[in-house]
Design a protein around this ligand. Structure first.
Ligand SMILES: Cc1cc2nc3c(=O)[nH]c(=O)nc-3n(C[C@H](O)[C@H](O)[C@H](O)COP(=O)(O)OP(=O)(O)OC[C@H]3O[C@@H](n4cnc5c(N)ncnc54)[C@H](O)[C@@H]3O)c2cc1C
Length: 459
């Protein structure tokens, strides 16, 4: 009698970011079938989003197609879809794209859906102060930044001109510092000679934070150094300043004495606060697990969901020992999880090995040739830190072709003063908020429609 074909162990990976892609790649020689599901078609290198926003790199250089990266990995299948439901009891993941719903069954599940922007309960700020988490965000910001200069060229009212030429970055962590530094550089170097009715070097760049220091996690010495560098470049750093309101024309700030003041600025960029994917809460509710203040799932030491050894949560969605939301945590977590899955498939007895994180340090650029790096007890700053930053980012950029073109673009921007990727369209600037409004209108219409007979919807 012919034996029935063996069904390989089915691994479903949610997310093609650092956690998801590195898990999938680490399983390439395993006797498993991997399905990687993401709502985008690319693997995004988030640390370089700010360079897309400020016209240094193109979006393709930092976001190659996942399908192409995995083209030689025959045990991996790429599925486009927004995961809306994970059913732990049925062991299925449901994803949707347009009107197409896909249900994927799993034996092991790896959830690496990352984090989004948090506005600390003030989501309406997002309309006027976009964050920077996705390619859409970076392109919208590119449109807003370069668009502000175009509007300034047309402005005859000096107050309005000042508002177009004031850029406020909220959050003085690495992303905020990098954005503020790049806008300062753009205004002082790149845009020189581009305009006739104003001098772009008069641009006011304000970097705000509710904390008392920039780059707090880098320690006093590097934080103070970064502050001096930013100020030297003409960035106005305002610390202990809490944002209490944001509208189309400006931003309202509360100082430590409780007094409030307003900054007139057309361009605001939100680089403060993260919230883990809502899939984390969905998992926690089903498993009776806990989430932290940022919505990260408090996982077991082997990175599994409590009570569910077949489900792993990694990267920005996982809460363990206060580990930060940085790419090495996601990458090392991915490698650990892949190892656990391989051991299980081989039938190892000790299937629950604890995750051990090796801290390789952190880096932030301030502008061209200036960066800070904290690697164990070694603190680097200035040009040497910038070279270390450059080398590391080149190594981690996916695809050889992207490394070459990124290097060329860096040469254009850092040795020269040009920016090759300044193209922006009106749709990039308005599409997000217009789509949101359309969705709200449709949702309101469908609530009204539920009281009508179903047949009337078909007319
Ligand atoms: C602007 C910025 C700069 C950064 N700079 C640095 C840095 O310099 N150094 C550093 O180490 N770290 C940096 N980080 C952090 C680092 O990028 C993250 O820690 C890392 O990307 C986390 O990996 P992840 O796999 O958990 O999530 P991500 O890489 O965010 O991947 C999550 C994936 O899940 C997908 N997804 C989300 N929800 C769903 C859903 N419902 N259905 C389907 N797919 C979904 C997303 O599309 C995405 O592809 C930065 C982050 C940002 C935003």
């Amino acid at each position: 009698m012919a034996s029935s074909p063996r069904i390989p162990h089915r691994v479903v990976v949610i997310g093609s970011g650092f956690g998801g892609l590195f898990t999938t790649k680490a399983l390439r020689r395993a006797d498993v079938e991997v399905t990687i599901i993401d709502r985008t078609t690319h693997h995004l290198f988030q640390p370089l989003l700010y360079q897309v926003a400020t016209g240094i790199l193109s979006e393709g250089e930092i976001a190659p197609a996942t399908r192409d990266i995995l083209r030689h990995q025959e045990n991996a299948r790429v599925v486009l879809g927004n995961v809306d439901t994970i059913d732990l009891a049925a062991r299925t993941v449901t994803s949707t794209i347009h009107d197409k719903t896909t249900v994927t069954e799993y034996d092991s599940l790896v959830v690496a859906a990352g984090a989004g922007q948090s506005y600390f309960g003030n989501d309406r700020f997002a309309d006027h102060a976009p964050g920077m988490k996705t390619i859409d965000d970076a392109l919208e910001l590119r449109g807003r930044i370069f668009g502000a200069y175009e509007m300034a060229e047309l402005e005859t009212d000096p107050m309005e001109l000042d508002a177009w030429l004031t850029f406020v970055v909220v959050g003085a962590g690495p992303t905020g510092v990098e954005m503020a530094g790049q806008i300062a550089e753009l205004s002082r170097r790149t845009l020189k000679g581009n305009f006739r009715s104003f001098d772009p070097s008069t641009t006011r760049v304000v970097l705000l934070d509710a904390a008392g220091a920039v780059l707090v996690t880098f320690g006093d010495e590097l934080s103070t150094h970064a502050l001096h560098e930013l100020e030297g470049m003409g960035v106005e750093v305002q610390l202990n300043a809490k944002v209490v309101d944001v509208d189309e024309h400006g931003i309202e700030v509360e100082d430590p004495d409780g007094s409030r003041r307003r900054l007139e600025a057309r361009t605001k960029i939100w680089a403060a606060g993260v919230a883990a994917s809502p899939l984390g809460r969905q998992l926690a509710e089903q498993a009776g697990a806990e989430v932290d203040r940022s919505g990260r799932v408090l996982v077991e030491r082997d990175l599994t969901l409590p009570g569910h050894p077949e489900v792993f949560v990694i990267g920005d969605m996982m809460g363990l020992d206060g580990l930060p939301g940085v790419s090495p945590v996601a990458i090392q977590g991915a490698k650990h999880v892949a190892k656990q899955i391989k051991r299980r498939v081989k039938g190892a007895d000790d299937v629950s090995q604890p995750f051990r994180y090796r801290d390789k340090g952190s880096m932030a650029t301030i502008s061209r040739f200036r960066a800070v790096a904290s690697i164990g007890n070694v603190h680097l700053r200035g040009f040497i830190a910038w070279v270390a930053w450059l080398a590391l980012h080149l190594v981690y950029l996916t695809a050889f072709k992207n490394r070459i073109t990124a290097l060329l673009h860096w040469a254009v921007s850092f040795i020269g003063r040009g920016r090759a990727e300044r193209t922006a369209t009106w749709q990039q600037v308005v599409a997000r908020t217009r789509l949101q409004r359309l969705e709200e209108t449709e949702a309101a219409a469908s609530i009204g429609a539920t009281s009508r007979p179903v047949d009337s919807l078909r007319t």
